[in-house]
Design a protein around this ligand. Structure first.
Ligand code: HEC
Length: 144
């Protein structure tokens, strides 16, 4: 039988823990993306990317490439952020495979939105590749 006071002590212990946690405890170690970033990223992906790359991320043959197992999507964070901010034509090598559609630049999206979308794409379509933070997007945007 559970003592009644457990219901009081557990929340207050959690509160104490939350308060004593140092604000700058973030480390550089890769951590799994927070669930809400993936959830928000799904919304952003559906609204901005899925018409071309499809809901399942497999694209449409000859029109737009798959994002599933895409070397660009799962590769260097700076490159994939640039692809979204500037559009692939401005960023990727000239000898890349040709697709009949043209992807616009998405620099109108916020740092948060781009981070969420790319976190979703990397988590969902590329075997849990580490996510992208709004700070990473901000840094790349400021360098452009
Ligand atoms: C109008 C259609 C369209 C939309 C909308 C679109 N894309 Fe694309 N995307 C393309 C096409 C076409 C290419 C290939 C273009 C090229 O190589 O010049 C591409 C390429 C890419 C690549 C590089 C893939 C690779 O393996 O080379 C990434 C990453 C990408 N898109 C992500 C996104 C994301 C994220 C969004 C939403 C914010 C998005 N795209 C929206 C059409 C689109």
């Amino acid at each position: 039988m559970k003592p009644a006071f457990a219901f009081l002590t557990i929340p207050s212990a959690m509160l104490l823990l939350a308060c004593s946690k140092p604000a700058d405890s973030a480390s550089n170690a890769p951590t799994p993306p927070p669930v809400d970033m993936v959830a928000e990223g799904l919304k952003g992906y559906t609204a901005n990317c899925a018409t071309c790359h499809q809901v399942d991320g497999y694209g449409v043959s000859n029109m737009q490439p798959p994002l599933v197992d895409s070397d660009v999507a799962k590769g260097d964070p700076t490159l994939v952020i640039k692809v979204v901010l500037k559009g692939p034509a401005a960023v990727l090598p000239k000898d890349r495979p040709h697709y009949s559609n043209v992807m616009p630049a998405f620099d109108r999206l916020s740092d948060e939105q781009i981070a969420e979308i790319l976190t979703y794409v990397r988590h969902e379509f590329n075997h849990d590749t580490p996510g992208i933070t709004p700070d990473q997007v901000k840094t790349v945007r400021n360098q452009m």
